[in-house]
Design a protein around this ligand. Structure first.
Ligand code: SAM
Ligand code: SF4
Length: 340
């Protein structure tokens, strides 16, 4: 073990999110434009390089690894990577290996993921209506994702559904989605839509910004809602619906209420490290990774230097609307770049 990673605000960095590809088999309207230009293959870290980077972070105290994208399960050979990472679960250094997926490939991969030590998976799903699903994902088919959810549960994976809250789009589906999750014993988390990507008007293209305060109020009209103290070091807050016993999460990335306990950094598929989802500052880890293939010391030094620059918080704020509807703090990069 190397000395643990602690940032300038005394926050231990124990959680690494890794985007293993910028590609995806869907084109969700709030995430990607219709005609995305993807990175040339040579820009990407190889799976071996990703392994070395993740293993270095684990040696420096990262205990939770979330694989994301783009769609992580469309990256060729990704299972080899999961299998290889499972050695850190076996050694006890890594407490959790998990992924966020659109679910489309889980029919193929769920059993193998479980065998590699994955126990939980987040599946993104915004609607249970076939036509609406096709509209919001542009290229997705609901049936394939529902098969993926089935496969995950059959394999023994605990499933959490992530739903982006979109006013006028899935507002009316709140009871149905909630009941569907209850019936299947799946957790549910609502995500507030974030202003990402210069060519994506994430609040107007489909549905509108639906604040999670309003989502909560909708629950309160139908259920007894109790706040839970549980924290994940991230932007999620949880409540319990007393009538069903369900735990519902709310991810409000635009609020600042989680930055003080932020324990995470994000690695892109090209080896850039983002110290904050809402800030542009980035550290290049690919150069030290490639320059000294047999010596991890420069890589460790680069990681420490990056963590020393982790900002206190981010600048998103819907309440500071600029003329023309631009949201203050809007990020020019796509969510698929950093994996959310
Ligand atoms: N493809 C995988 C998926 O969809 O789960 C993993 C990557 S995706 C970028 C991760 C999460 O980010 C998804 O739950 C997606 O709904 C969410 N997301 C994408 N763009 C978003 C935005 N503009 N605002 C809020 N959430 C967004
Ligand atoms: Fe793909 Fe996930 Fe982005 Fe949708 S949210 S386009 S599934 S990366």
């Amino acid at each position: 073990m190397s000395a643990p990673l602690i940032d300038p605000f005394a926050r231990p960095i124990s959680y690494l999110r890794v985007s293993v590809t910028d590609r995806c088999d869907f084109r969700c309207v709030y995430c990607m434009s219709e005609n995305m230009t993807f990175l040339p293959k040579k820009e990407l870290l190889t799976l071996e390089e990703l392994d070395r980077l993740c293993s270095t972070f684990i040696r420096m105290g990262v205990e939770k690894l979330r694989i994301t994208g783009g769609e992580p399960l469309v990256r060729r050979g990704i299972l080899t990577f999961f299998r290889s990472m499972s050695r850190h679960l076996d050694s006890g250094a890594l407490k959790e290996l998990t992924l966020t997926t659109n679910g489309s490939q889980l029919g193929r991969f769920a059993d193998d993921l479980f065998a590699a030590g994955v126990r939980r998976v987040n599946i993104s799903l915004d609607t249970l209506d076939e036509d609406k699903f096709a509209r919001v994902t542009r290229w997705g088919r609901l049936k394939q994702v529902l098969n993926g959810v089935d496969a995950a549960q059959r394999a023994g994976l605990r499933v959490k559904i992530n739903t982006v809250a979109l006013k006028g789009f899935n507002e009316d589906e709140l009871p149905r989605i909630t009941e569907w999750c209850a019936e299947r014993d799946m957790d549910l988390t609502w995500i507030e839509v974030m202003p990402m990507g210069e060519d994506i008007d994430s609040t107007a293209r489909i549905g509108q910004f639906w604040s999670l305060g309003d989502v909560r109020a909708t629950y309160e009209r139908a259920y007894t809602v109790t706040d839970l103290a549980e924290r994940s070091g991230g932007p999620a807050r949880y409540v319990r619906l007393e009538e069903t016993g369900q735990k519902i999460g709310f991810i409000t990335p635009l609020s600042h209420n989680f930055c003080e306990s932020c324990n995470r950094v994000r690695l892109t598929c090209t080896g850039e490290l983002y110290m904050c989802l809402g800030q542009e500052d980035v550290a290049d880890l690919r150069a030290p990774l490639r320059e000294t293939p047999d010596d991890d010391a420069p890589l460790e030094a680069a990681i420490r230097a990056a963590i020393a620059r982790k900002p206190r918080g981010h600048d998103f704020d819907y309440s500071r609307q600029r003329p023309g509807g631009q949201v203050a703090g809007q990020m020019p990069r796509h969510m698929s770049h950093t994996g959310g």
